[in-house]
Structure formats: structure tokens, C-alpha cells
Design a protein around this ligand. Structure first.
Ligand code: PLP
Length: 231
């Protein structure tokens, strides 16, 4: 739950990131906050934008497209797609997203690569940055590539001229200790697959666990409830 205005929620979260970064001896500027606005109205996004926030996360293709239209006047706002992406929605997302966090297999890589080249920004030089989602715990109910399949998914992304590989993302378990292990596992997978030179971004950490994600090396934290209130 977040009390008060969106601007107050945002300030509290920024302060948490600052403290977590300093506790981990990290530069706070190395952690980017993605404000997760799913199910919240465009007016709430605008409120956060007016308070200085520029990166926003959405989970559903249709909701993303609608909000992007409503907020088209905010030209430097960056949309992150963080939900499960079906191949038949890839073209909508390729048009508006600044980054897609949830690449989970070769079929989606091919479709998004095709759409980013074709209906994307119209220019292959402006490639679409993507992260590969990893199901680090191998939990059957979760999306994401398994650790075993990760190498081939990364290679598939790099084979698509209209996509650019930027890193890894994971959805943690609810339990904080299990989340810490999942974040550390994602960081180890990065080391195993080329380190920060190949995979500069680690997208992990949400309202309840952003501190442990920052301690484990998160460069993108995706925070909804703590900014916009409960959904
Ligand atoms: C909803 C969501 C978040 C934000 O979760 P909160 O607990 O509200 O901060 C982050 N990442 C993903 C993938 C989500 O779906």
C-alpha cells in the first residue's frame, strides 16, 4: 500500500533505491526505476511524469498501446514491456516499447525481430532493446527461459538484426530469502554468459524486494504498488 500522492510514493521509492545503492557501495545512477503503471489510469502516469519519472512499465499489449496514445504528448517517456508477450501481440509492442523485458524463447525472438524491423520505428538502425526473462527456479507455473535454454535464446536474439540484447530479467518468488537466491542466481547466469559486457542490464526487484535486488546488482527495478498504491 502507498499512502498519499503518486509524487510522494515516487519520492519514497527513489529514497529506498538511494539507500540500497549506498549500502551496497553502488552508484545510485546505475539503478534505473521503472514505474509499473499496469491497471492505473493515464492520469497517474502523467502525475509521475510531472514529478520527473520517465521510465514506465506495462504488462498488457492493449493497455500499453492505449496509454501510449493517450500520453503521446510526453515525447521523452519510455515504455518498458514487462508482461508475458504472445507472438500475436508482438507487432503492437514493437511499435511503442523502449525495451521489452520478457523474451522467453526463439519463437518470440523471431516474431519480435520481424516486427521491430517491419512495423517498428521503421529504421533497423534503431534496434529494439530486449532482455531475456529467466525462470531461475525452474518453477512450472512461471514464464521465462530455463537456465539450460538461456544460451540458445541469447544467441537467437543476437542473430536478429532489428533486436539488441541488453540483459536478463526475472520474476522472484514471494518469499524474501528465496527472492535473494533468485536474484543472485540471475547475476551468476550473467557471469556465465558473458558478464556485463554482453548483458549490461539486470531487471529484478519490485515493491517488496527492491533492496535485495539492488544488493544483488539490479540495474532496473520494476516498482508498481509502492508508487501508485495497491491494484
Ligand atoms: C506488476 C509487476 C511488477 C510490479 O510489482 P509491485 O509489487 O506492484 O511493485 C514488477 N514486475 C512485473 C513483471 C510485474 O508484473
Amino acid at each position: 500500500m502507498s499512502d498519499g500522492t503518486v509524487a510522494e510514493g515516487l519520492a519514497r521509492v527513489q529514497d529506498r533505491i538511494l539507500r540500497a545503492a549506498s549500502a551496497a557501495s553502488r552508484d545510485p545512477a546505475s539503478v534505473r526505476l521503472v514505474a509499473v503503471s499496469k491497471t492505473k489510469p493515464a492520469s497517474a502516469v502523467r502525475e509521475a511524469y510531472d514529478a520527473g519519472q520517465r521510465d514506465f512499465g506495462e504488462n498488457y499489449a492493449q493497455e500499453l498501446v492505449q496509454k501510449a496514445e493517450e500520453l503521446a504528448d510526453l515525447v521523452d517517456l519510455r515504455w518498458h514491456f514487462i508482461g508475458h508477450l504472445q507472438t500475436n501481440k508482438a507487432r503492437f509492442v514493437a511499435r511503442v516499447a523502449h525495451m521489452v523485458h520478457t523474451i522467453d524463447g526463439p519463437a518470440l525472438v523471431r516474431e519480435l525481430g520481424k516486427r521491430a524491423a517491419k512495423d517498428g520505428r521503421g529504421d533497423v538502425l534503431e534496434r529494439l532493446p530486449v532482455l531475456v526473462e529467466v525462470n531461475v527456479g525452474g518453477e512450472p507455473q512461471k514464464h521465462g527461459a530455463t537456465a539450460a535454454a538461456l544460451g540458445s535464446v541469447l544467441a537467437a536474439v543476437e542473430a536478429e538484426p532489428a533486436l539488441v540484447l541488453r540483459g536478463l530479467m526475472t520474476m522472484p518468488p514471494n518469499d524474501l530469502e528465496a527472492a535473494r537466491r533468485a536474484f543472485e542466481a540471475l547475476s551468476s547466469l550473467r557471469t556465465l554468459h558473458g558478464g556485463p559486457a554482453r548483458l549490461p542490464e539486470l531487471s529484478m526487484g519490485m515493491s517488496d524486494d527492491l533492496e535485495i535486488a539492488v544488493a544483488a546488482g539490479a540495474t532496473l527495478v520494476r516498482v508498481g504498488t509502492a508508487i501508485f498504491g495497491s491494484r
